[in-house]
Design a protein around this ligand. Structure first.
Ligand SMILES: Cc1ncc(COP(=O)(O)O)c(C=O)c1O
Length: 490
């Protein structure tokens, strides 16, 4: 095989790049160099097959390997802190190194018995779509440049608006996660409420702007506060409404609202899974002229499950919503979604124009997201929705919630205290004193059957169990429950 870099790179650039350079026909060129072309093509793309083989072996081993990363493998990574290589290395050898060194150092969060955070897994179908999309390597910024993936996003968005029963015409953007989805939707909220009092944030910024009252619950997710901080609305000047024992905002403690106001509600508290009382707060807030935003990172998916839909009653009457696809839709990281009732407000906050960028009458993906260039996240979202359909998704969500209830029942039956009402997929359990609870969590993590983390919920040290993975079977729940009870009995 040739080692001529020009020939190699020419062949890699496409079958007709070199013939054009050499001024010969493609057929003649192929005939003259057929062995070289075959060899280069085989070695260039063989790495993809190797990656598939390794990924498959990794996934197939997940259900039986300890969930926590291998400590020795993590420690060994330190020894691999090598200087930047001076020259090239065979990519196949690099892939081998990646697999041998890093695969064992991963948390088995894609597997069926990781309950540490609301992480979800990647459905094989969505991973496959992700791989294909990786090969396409589309920059999903502009419709004109990437009509195929832009179409997938438009269709997925329509399906999601339908699934969540959001108002017709709701617009949205595909972003990295709920943090940025909150940021994106709240940028539209900030601009819109100031616009109503004659202030153009885009042009004038926030210097000298009329103040905005921002209201959140006491148990809002910290990333929501971060989003508000990034928008110049200040983390500490937010009005924090007291919450009840489940973390729900207390409707009776809502302040009187007037002037530019944004109310941020939550669908799914990260510890308890609880929902703010949308039905009583949203009409009140909107009647006072406030913009209502809902952080539904995982809780919004309750809308997609007939048995859980009552938890999000009236959520659709808000002005904007944020959620994650990388949680309960089980697509690969990263994937979040921002929805805004009036897409013009989102577009006004996010769109740019430049002489060199093509304009279109179609939906331009980057008109609705903070980024211009980005990966085509809609591909996996489309795949998840297309392959599961309504009933498949509802089954996944309802099964996970049933599994959470089973955890709570098993722990309670063994005499342990479950601290929350298990309404969704979250269970908070105390094993006694804070020290004892922390020790049980440590034993569970070390033993490896499953993985859960700790928290302090309203002053009580607790273990959190989050169930959101497509691969979790009832047998996984029983195995994990037994492991938890063994650790608690030690
Ligand atoms: C309610 C809520 N909001 C926001 C977030 C942040 O989501 P992400 O990590 O996808 O940015 C989370 C994460 O768990 C969450 O539970």
């Amino acid at each position: 095989m040739t080692s001529n870099p020009a020939l190699l790179s020419g062949v890699r650039r496409g079958p007709d790049a070199l013939p054009r350079l050499c001024g010969v026909s493609l057929g003649a060129f192929r005939q003259a160099h057929s062995a070289t072309i075959a060899a280069v093509e085989a070695t260039t793309y063989a790495i993809l097959e190797d990656a598939v083989r390794r990924a498959r072996a990794y996934l197939e081993a997940l259900p039986e390997r300890p969930v926590a990363p291998d400590r020795a493998a993590v420690a060994a990574l330190r020894q691999r802190d090598e200087p930047l290589p001076a020259g090239p290395t065979d990519p196949a050898a690099c892939l081998d190194l990646l697999d041998r060194a890093v695969s064992p150092a991963t948390m088995a969060s894609a597997g069926p018995r990781f309950f540490g955070f609301v992480i979800g897994g990647a459905l094989p179908a969505t991973l496959a779509a992700n791989w294909l999309a990786g090969a396409w390597d589309q920059n999903a910024a502009l419709h004109e440049g990437t009509p195929g993936v832009s179409w997938l996003e438009r269709v997925s968005l329509r399906w999601l608006v339908d699934l969540f029963e959001l108002p017709e015409g709701t617009g949205g953007g595909f972003v990295t996660g709920a943090t940025v989805a909150n940021f994106t939707a709240l940028a539209a909220a900030r601009n819109a409420v100031l616009n109503r009092v004659g202030w153009n944030v885009e042009a004038q910024g926030l210097f000298g702007a009329p103040p905005i009252t921002v209201i959140t619950g006491k148990e809002a997710h910290p990333t929501l506060l971060k989003s508000l901080g990034m928008l110049g609305l200040g983390r500490s000047r937010i009005v924090r409404v007291p919450a009840d024992s489940q973390g729900r905002m207390r409707a009776d403690a809502l302040p009187v609202m007037s002037g530019p106001t944004i109310v941020c509600l939550q669908a799914g508290n990260v510890s308890t899974g609880a929902f703010d009382p949308f039905e009583s707060i949203i009409p009140q807030a909107r009647a006072a002229g406030a913009w209502v935003h809902v952080d539904g990172a995982f809780g919004l998916w309750a809308k997609a499950a007939p048995r859980l839909r009552h938890l999000v009653k009236s959520v659709e009457s808000a002005d904007s919503w944020a959620t994650d696809a990388h949680k309960w839709l089980n697509v690969p990281y990263d994937s979040g979604l921002a929805f805004v009732r009036d897409p013009r407000t989102l577009q006004a906050a996010m769109a740019i124009t430049a002489e060199y960028l093509p304009t279109t009458s179609e939906r331009n993906p980057s008109d609705y997201t903070p980024e211009l260039s980005r990966r085509a996240r809609g591909v996996e979202v489309w795949m998840a929705l297309r392959s599961m359909g309504r009933s498949g998704l509802a089954e996944l969500i309802e099964r996970n919630c049933q599994q959470a209830r089973r955890f709570a029942e098993g722990l309670r039956n063994a005499g342990h205290e479950v601290l929350n009402d298990v309404v969704l997929n979250q269970v908070l359990v105390s094993f006694g004193t804070p020290e004892r609870t922390r020790a049980v969590i440590e034993r569970i993590q070390k033993e490896g059957t499953c993985w859960c983390g700790g928290t302090v919920w309203q002053g009580r040290t607790a273990m959190r169990i989050s169930v959101s993975n497509w691969a979790t079977t009832d047998d996984d729940v029983e195995r994990s429950l037994s492991a938890m009870l063994r650790a608690a009995a030690e």
